[in-house]
Design a protein around this ligand. Sequence first.
Ligand code: THU
Length: 183
Amino acid sequence: MTGRVTLVLPAVARPDAATATPLGRLTVPGRAIPEKTVSVDPTEIGRLRDAARDAAARAHAPYSRFRVGAALIMADDQERRVISGANVENASYGGTICAERTALTQAATLGFRKLEVLVVSCVAALEAPVADRSPCGICRQVIHEFGSREPETLVIVDGGGEGALGDVFDLDRLLPYGFDLPI
Ligand code: THU
């Protein structure tokens, strides 16, 4: 049995930049992410990883044949149940929903709003570069919707290989400038 382990997510600092043009200033917004320390339970991550891989086996992916599974735990679920989802494709293509959103919409439908940890597994691409097996932009925005600072939402991308449990993202690393409706 593994205990909890501490992860340090390093600070990231990217400066702003601005260039004057005849029509006005063009700004390149920078980014400052402070160092963060989080605690994770590798046993729980392993369980979610297995559930995600299991869900991927039930994907409806006749068009891309790219099966994806996701499994998550919501912080506001006292039972801490594992909620999973797979990608469900559609002949219209645009009707396709990714595994992460299938799992999250299920969690939201059960009444939960605060995502604690989500593991995604692109089972056919476990050895691929992380960009090829991590959530798409729409999923990142949907994860942002249910993201939490306390506890810090973590997204873990199945890294698959021998000795590798996964790649860890917090909200800041997952989606810089995620959209919030300013109302
Ligand atoms: N897909 C996911 O389910 N999650 C991702 O993070 C990336 C892509 C699905 C959508 C589609 O069914 C297939 O993978 C190929 O893009």
